[in-house]
Write a protein that binds this ligand. Structure first.
Ligand SMILES: CC(C)(COP(=O)(O)OP(=O)(O)OC[C@H]1O[C@@H](n2cnc3c(N)ncnc32)[C@H](O)[C@@H]1OP(=O)(O)O)[C@@H](O)C(=O)NCCC(=O)NCCS
Length: 154
């Protein structure tokens, strides 16, 4: 558990920083560039946070919401800072913001091969609600998970 991680909101001027952070969290072929972040950060309904350890950006979360639903666009933590509760802190920050906006359900897609992420989401209280066949470029299926923002108050 990291005692000194702080989650700050991401805004359009953070596109370059978010792209560098994303690069440090994901493997080749899964990384998003600055343009992608610029586009998303100026799209209505998109929310982003950066987890700082001291002054070091160590993780990111990006969500998109519409009416009472939202989806996780990306969540990643730099390998050096994993298993220190950063992803959990980012998600908690996201849940709070979404509840304030009246969002009731949060969805995400994750590769069935991504055991770390699946373990994280199940621990958080997400439940499996579907599967998309050969969803990813490597041919893997995606599990679709949902989180009921009205039933838990964490
Ligand atoms: C998945 C990821 C975001 C988790 O970030 P994190 O900051 O390490 O997660 P947390 O420390 O908040 O983990 C909370 C819980 O999730 C589970 N968990 C997280 N990583 C795990 C792993 N590698 N193996 C097993 N369980 C794991 C554990 O239950 C953990 O609690 P514990 O440490 O007390 O056992 C991180 O591994 C990552 O960035 N991976 C690459 C990018 C990615 O796959 N993103 C998700 C795309 S949907």
């Amino acid at each position: 558990m990291t005692g000194n991680a702080v989650c700050i909101s991401g805004a359009p001027p953070h596109a370059s920083l978010l792209a560098r952070l994303h690069y440090s969290c994901f493997d080749e072929g899964e990384r998003w560039g600055e343009e992608a972040f610029s586009g998303l950060l100026t799209t209505p309904g998109t929310l982003a946070w950066i987890a700082l350890v001291g002054e070091t950006p160590a993780g990111l979360l990006m969500l998109r919401h519409s009416l009472d639903e939202a989806e996780i666009l990306t969540l990643g933590v730099n390998a050096q800072y994993r298993r220190q509760n950063l992803a959990s802190s980012l998600l908690d920050t996201g849940y709070t913001a979404l509840r304030k906006l009246g969002v009731t359900t949060l969805f995400l897609e994750v590769s069935v091969r991504n055991k770390a992420a699946i373990a994280l989401y199940l621990k958080q209280g997400f439940t499996l609600c579907g599967r998309r066949k050969t969803y990813y470029a490597d041919g893997s299926d995606a599990s679709v998970l949902r989180y009921d923002l009205t039933s838990v108050t964490r």
